[in-house]
Design a protein around this ligand. Structure first.
Ligand code: HT7
Ligand code: ZN
Length: 870
């Protein structure tokens, strides 16, 4: 268990590598220039390495005479290190590894047409011996790659290619040199038979950067969206933060086997193909947007992560929270800011709030970990981004920029902490941000409770805000946070704004603010609270349905217009959930009227905002709002019931709007924001029109499927058809979709995922059948996620017979034997909400967790299973 930093005895200032790739084995020779820090013995990290030779300043060391081997450590003795008289201390190690057998996808591994690396967080130690920690920054002056030229014509690493040439026996080499010192986690190698597209970017100071994106040959025509996204990211970072690219070359490689989304290795990003490849018939509008965002994210890391990196992995949010914030801002500027904010908060609520409220709850700067890979979480990333956003809310956009400038001025080229970032924000703005540190220290989603009063005589509106940070495993009795609460006030009758955007700063447990209206009011104003979701908290205020309807219609804050509809929707579902007969439940007329107004809204230009207003809160979000113990099957039925009532009572309006949005057959398919929003709304309407699951619904869906010109519409119809699997239309579509995929892995993943999340009672046997399909594989994380992880987050996973839980019990050890990182995520996804469930399900899960404890799991999976039980 890591809880604090260990002292370093030496630094590694320079690295020269020779990597010789052969079929079935790879030799890695690492020459490291050491610099004494405290002195003493030098423990180097290494995992699954076959050690061939160790030498120091040209003299071979022997085991027991110069070095010892311990579990996952090569220890160079203090005597050997201090015994010589050379000025430069060059340590050389020679190891052999087998990338072809590396199913963990950490270190150097083989994936289809290429060898590639994934070093973050601790993969470099699976490649060669090293001080594998982010504060050890070294110049990789010479990285020589050798391989068979016909199998691996492309040889890539970080920085610039400084030499290349032919060798004997059909082999060739390339030598790369990176002028920037970097930690080992940013090192990368790619070798394979790849195709590429090329373009360039001229930086603001006139540097011409060669841009190249590589992929398997058959995917070459799906790379242009990634290229445009990269160019847009480079321009945006210059415009918004004054940050310019610093090398002459920027390469991206798309790989099909990858544990996460992408990796920001210096000048050689490696991407999951699912976040790189896009063509209108293979990728949805959401995919296009995600790709743009992640290309931006990895590019932005060049400054926030690479030029300024983390002192240790506890500081992970320093680079990840900040970079997510930056990619969110980039996407907001490229598309619609209002829509992006809603999307980001939807993700936060669906993925991070459950984490904060479950056994894995941790502060954005975790206090301890067994496997750091388990802490690449929604808390570190998404809540971390919200924390960065609060600096901006508190300091203003200009103040935030001043803080960023000072941060780079102070820390460029070093490995620092979250405190250093906070200090830069504080010092650049002359503000005391001491209390703000609590956002880094305390886990759990704070609750902010608002109450108010109105003095009609003096026209004074008083708002009292109280906060509470909940207890979380291992953390109790927390201190008040510094919470920026953005508010406005609306007139109760006309909906007119009486007080425009004002940021209140809540620093105590409770405080009353007296707000001065900008205009006369007809009665007690209606507060619009936490505008733009100005802090990652749960806001409690006793809104009436009428007040929510008023906000939904008139609030000038687009986020709170959406939020009001979410509150109404949530209330409707939870009322149905509590009703004696869920299937006969009738929601309030006020809610139905508000829904009707939204469907009939012909004024709002951004159709995505209408689409999102019509979508009820996700089940994982509702799970956080319902009172435990919760029967998830009943919650699912309650949400479905409300959807069905909307569909039947508003049928004509839904149908009319759907038809209005149906494009003429000859209309060309365009990929841009307004067209995507149009499709989004039309597809939300389609899903409502299909809730009945009857023959008419199947017919409509079948038609939508056949007429679809791009993947967005095709997948929307396909997903609905998977909910009616016995219809002829569905059977036909299931065959057609797979045939149309023509072997494209991303499309086949969609085919699997839509079926694995279908809303059908017999989902479990269907999923097992899907796993017998020849295209299914346990080894490819995307494919595995598209079936197993998707099923595990479906309501059917919780069927009362426990078959879903048995399935997880069977799958987790199987996957763990191949890929611990993926297995750990699976275990987390399966069981993290178990304490919210009813007694019977809790008991069933406890039994499975106890069995998993005995299953000899990896460090990654074992940490999750043990936390679940704590
Ligand atoms: N910084 C990257 C993290 C990452 C990663 C972490 C653990 C295991 C595999 C991984 N692949 C990528 C991605 C990012 O946040 O930019
Ligand atoms: Zn990142």
């Amino acid at each position: 268990m890591q809880t604090r930093l260990k002292m370093r005895t030496y630094w590694i200032r320079e690295v020269n590598l020779t990597v010789k790739i052969f079929d079935g084995r790879t030799e890695v020779v690492s020459r490291m220039l050491l610099e004494k820090n405290t002195g003493g013995r030098l423990p180097l990290d290494g995992e699954d390495l076959k050690l061939k030779k160790v030498s120091l300043c040209g003299n071979e060391l022997k085991e027991g005479g110069g070095y010892t081997l311990e579990k996952e450590k090569l220890i160079i003795s203090a005597e050997a290190l201090e015994g010589g008289d050379q000025e430069d201390l060059w340590l050389e190690t020679e190891v052999e590894i087998v990338p072809e057998k590396n199913t963990q996808l950490s270190g150097l591994y083989f994936s289809g047409s290429m060898y590639c690396t994934q070093m973050e967080a601790e993969g470099y130690r699976r490649f060669t011996y090293h001080l594998d920690r982010p504060d050890v920054m070294s110049k990789f002056t010479s990285v020589r790659l050798e391989a068979d030229e016909s199998k691996c014509p492309i040889l890539l690493s970080n920085g610039n290619r400084i030499d290349s040439g032919k060798l004997e026996a059909g082999r060739h080499f390339a030598v790369w040199s990176d002028p920037f010192a970097k930690p080992s986690y940013l090192f990368a190698v790619v070798a394979g038979d790849l195709a590429s597209i090329q373009d360039k970017f001229l930086t603001k100071s006139g540097r011409e950067v060669h841009l190249e994106i590589f992929a398997a040959k058959e995917d070459k025509d799906q790379l242009w969206h990634a290229m445009r996204s990269l160019q847009n990211s480079m321009k945006w970072d210059e415009d918004r933060f004054g940050l310019e690219y610093d090398l002459d070359m920027y390469n991206i490689v798309a790989v099909k086997d990858f544990n996460m989304g992408a990796m920001e290795n210096k000048s050689l990003n490696v991407f999951n193909t699912s976040l790189t490849l896009a063509r209108e018939d293979t990728a949805t509008d959401d995919d296009y947007e995600r790709i743009e965002g992640v290309i931006g994210h990895e590019y932005f890391h060049n400054w926030t992560g690479n030029r300024v990196t983390c002192r240790d992995w506890f500081q992970l949010t320093l680079k990840e929270g900040l970079t997510v914030y930056r990619d969110q801002e980039f996407s907001a500027d490229m598309g619609s800011r209002a829509r992006k904010r809603i999307e980001d908060v939807r993700i936060l609520r669906a993925a991070q709030f459950p984490e904060d409220n479950g056994p894995m709850a941790h502060p954005i700067r975790p206090e301890k970990y067994a496997a750091i890979d388990n802490f690449y979480t929604a808390t570190v990333y998404n809540k971390g981004a919200e924390v960065i956003r609060m600096y901006e809310t508190l300091l203003g956009r200009e103040g935030f920029r001043k803080g960023m400038d000072l941060y780079f001025e102070r820390h460029d080229g070093s490995a620092v902490t979250c405190d250093d970032f906070r200090a830069a924000m504080q010092d650049a703005n002359g503000r005391d941000l001491t209390q703000f540190e609590r956002w880094y220290l305390q886990a759990g989603t704070p609750t902010v409770k608002a109450t108010d009063s109105w003095d009609a005589e003096t026209g004074t509106y008083s708002l009292t805000l109280g906060q509470k940070v909940p207890d979380t495993p291992g953390q109790v009795e927390k201190l008040p946070m510094q919470v920026p609460v953005r508010v406005g006030l609306l007139d109760r009758e006309s909906g007119k704004e009486l007080l425009s955007d004002t940021v209140l700063e809540l620093t105590e447990e409770s405080k009353t603010f007296e707000l001065k209206l900008e205009e006369g009011a007809t009665g007690k104003p209606v507060p619009s609270l936490l505008r733009g979701f100005s802090a990652p908290v749960k806001l409690e205020y006793d809104y009436s349905d009428e007040e929510l309807s008023l906000l939904a219609a008139f609030d000038t804050d687009s986020f709170n217009r959406w939020e009001s509809m979410q509150r109404l929707g949530s209330k409707a579902v939870l009322d149905a959930f509590a009703a004696d007969d869920v299937d006969a439940f009738q929601p309030d007329a006020g809610f139905m009227d508000a829904m009707k107004r939204i469907v009939q809204d012909r004024v709002t230009e951004d159709l995505s905002l209408i689409a999102y207003a019509l979508i009820l809160p996700a089940e994982s979000t509702l799970m956080q709002e319902a009172k435990p113990p919760i029967d998830p099957t009943r919650l699912h039925a309650a949400r479905n019931r409300i959807r069905k009532v909307i569909a039947s009572e508003l049928k004509e309006d839904l149908q009319k709007r759907y038809e209005e949005l149906t494009p003429p057959e000859d209309e060309p398919y365009v990929i841009d924001g307004p067209s995507a929003s149009k499709r989004r709304l039309r597809n939300v309407l389609l899903a409502y029109l299909c809730t009945s699951g009857d023959a008419k619904a199947a017919e409509l869906c079948g038609k939508h499927f056949k007429r679809a010109k791009g993947m967005t519409d095709k997948l929307a119809a396909f997903s609905c058809l998977c909910n009616m699997p016995d219809s002829e239309e569905a059977k036909e579509a299931i065959e057609q979709f797979l045939a149309d995929a023509k072997g494209d892995a991303n499309v086949i993943d969609k085919w699997f995922a839509s079926q694995a999340r279908a809303d059908v009672d017999d989902l479990m046997p269907r999923v097992k059948k899907l796993m017998e399909h020849p295209e299914f594989s346990l080894k490819n994380p995307n494919r595995l996620r598209s079936v197993v992880s998707v099923f595990i987050s479906s309501p059917q996973f919780h069927l009362p017979d426990g078959s879903g839980y048995d399935f997880a019990l069977e799958m987790i050890p199987k996957v763990d034997a191949l890929n611990p990182q993926v297995a750990a995520r699976m275990a987390n996804g399966a069981f993290r909400t178990w304490r919210l469930l009813d007694e019977q399900r809790q008991k069933m899960i406890q039994e499975r967790l106890a069995k998993l404890t005995q299953a000899g799991l990896s460090k990654d999976a074992a940490e999750i299973v043990s936390k679940m039980q704590a």
